[in-house]
Write a protein that binds this ligand. Structure first.
Ligand code: SF4
Length: 105
């Protein structure tokens, strides 16, 4: 999964779809339309805000920060999100994510 030219999550396709870790991946998976008509009234929350950030004027720190609801909801990591781009780290075997929420577990 890429966001503004950077890999933010890397895993096998089935793992990425069934167990997304990065807030951007979670939002994209939640936005997939429901193909089963009997489930069409189920509402899934798409947790993302704002518009895509300009690729020529990236924010300092994490480039997903202006759209990240997890950032808003997690005050104890906000200064790190603002200061540094999170590294892509292996969170589970073969599953990598670039997010301060999971980088230090
Ligand atoms: S590093 Fe911070 S701003 Fe970036 S995706 Fe993770 S929680 Fe959101």
């Amino acid at each position: 999964m890429m966001y503004l030219g950077r890999i933010v999550e890397l895993a096998r396709a089935d793992e990425l779809i069934n167990n997304p870790i990065h807030p951007y991946t979670k939002a994209l998976i939640a936005a997939i339309p429901e193909p089963d008509p009997s489930n069409r009234l189920k509402i899934r929350e798409v947790r993302i805000k704002g518009e895509i950030t300009s690729a020529v004027k990236l924010p300092r720190g994490c480039r997903f920060r202006p759209r990240c609801i997890a950032y808003d909801e997690t005050p104890d990591i906000q200064s790190q999100c603002e200061a540094e781009e999170p590294p892509l780290v292996e969170v589970e075997p073969g599953h990598y994510a670039a997010c301060w929420l999971t980088a230090k577990k």
